[in-house]
Design a protein around this ligand. Structure first.
Ligand SMILES: Cc1cc2nc3c(=O)[nH]c(=O)nc-3n(C[C@H](O)[C@H](O)[C@H](O)COP(=O)(O)OP(=O)(O)OC[C@H]3O[C@@H](n4cnc5c(N)ncnc54)[C@H](O)[C@@H]3O)c2cc1C
Length: 331
């Protein structure tokens, strides 16, 4: 039986474990900490194709939305919400060919009474997922052996060294987010992501809101999720200054927007795994050694898992071709 060792029990490693297991591969996952302890445990979880950098990126992200629906048929639909997004930002920022319906301010008010009194675009195909819950559900459904507290210190085709001994497998896959950079010399951008999670509120929002300077959604528990970076998916800040000040500012701004007191219950900070040119780095590094590192992993993990599984089991994945890691490692 073909064996695979996945580094990283985040959403990428978990979706890959499930896809490989379903293809008949015997999978082990190791994580230096625990499942969803990296970016996947601190994600906004918005599934979208809005922030596409190239046409190929748009095609991958659009298929990423479809891959979530395929995955939800396997894992149960309870992890996902598909409310659509109200886009108040610059319409020109949406990719060409992306479905978006113009709404007047009155139509917006009818759908989302507390949203700003402005026209917007409705992007009906977008949704959100609890990324940590998806990670755990995919790992559980995969039947893979998951070893926590095991850090990869060096990798080679079919081989991983750790402090508790060496591992071998037919295929080693680095799905360990920012942790992949030092192991294979992958250039990465430094992109800290800070997010406010509020105390539960009565239902105040139905849609995901993309406002200039603030993305926002309310999850199933009533908590608001609010990344504290303007347009967080295209944010380029390398540091986060004055965290207490930003939290207080966000609480005040959200309370004013929603006419309801909003208080932070917790704040998460995680580095987003952004390869050097901003695009996913997915594919072979050498025979038996693979890489899957990307931002927007909440959107992309299921489609990348499908494609990488096809490649590992001898098939093709045309959507992944433009994202081969060679472009970054050979530069
Ligand atoms: C604030 C914020 C908001 C976001 N919002 C969105 C969004 O709305 N939509 C979207 O699509 N994406 C979003 N993202 C990005 C998305 O969450 C990430 O791209 C995705 O979670 C990455 O998942 P991953 O499994 O690749 O990496 P991670 O979740 O970081 O997992 C990597 C795992 O590898 C382990 N690890 C690292 N090094 C080693 C090692 N040497 N050995 C063993 N294990 C190791 C870590 O412990 C970790 O568990 C957001 C991210 C943040 C931080």
């Amino acid at each position: 039986m073909t064996t695979a060792l996945i580094l990283g029990a985040g959403v990428t490693g978990a979706c890959l474990a499930l896809a490989l297991s379903r293809a008949g591969v015997c999978v082990t996952v190791i994580d230096q900490a625990a499942p969803a302890s990296g970016a996947s445990g601190a994600s906004f979880g918005w599934i979208n194709a809005s922030y596409s950098l190239t046409q190929a990126h748009f095609a991958l992200r659009a298929e990423g939305i479809a891959a979530h629906h395929r995955l939800s048929r396997r894992l149960g639909t309870h992890l996902w919400d598909w409310p659509g997004c109200l886009w108040f930002d610059d319409p020109a920022a949406l990719p060409e060919g992306y479905d978006a319906i113009p709404l007047t301010a009155a139509q917006v008010r009818q759908r989302e009474p507390l949203a700003p009194d402005l026209p917007a675009l409705l992007v009906p195909q977008e949704g959100a997922v609890d990324v940590a819950a998806l990670t755990l559900a995919a790992l559980r459904a995969s039947g893979a052996r998951v070893l926590c507290g095991v850090k990869a210190e060096a990798v080679a085709p079919g081989h991983v060294s750790t402090a508790v001994g060496d591992f071998t497998a037919d295929h080693v896959i680095l799905a360990n987010g920012c942790g992949a950079a030092p192991l294979v010399g992958l250039p990465m951008l430094r992109r800290p992501g800070l997010m406010l999670i509020s105390r539960p509120l009565p239902r105040v929002l139905r849609h995901i809101l993309a406002l200039p300077g603030q993305d926002l959604r309310q999850d199933r528990t009533g908590r608001l999720l609010a990344p504290l970076a303007a347009q967080h998916q295209s944010d380029t800040a390398e540091t986060v200054a004055d965290i207490p000040g930003r939290i207080a500012e966000a609480e005040a701004a959200l309370s004013a927007l929603l006419s309801h007191p909003v208080q932070a219950e917790s704040v998460t900070l995680a580095f987003r795994p952004v390869p050097g040119d901003g695009l996913p780095a997915v594919g072979a590094l050498a025979p038996g050694l693979w890489l899957a590192v990307m931002h927007s992993g909440a959107t992309l993990a299921p489609v990348v898992a499908e494609g990488l599984t096809a490649l590992i089991t001898g098939g093709t994945a045309p959507l992944l071709e433009p994202f081969s890691p060679a472009r970054l490692l050979e530069a």
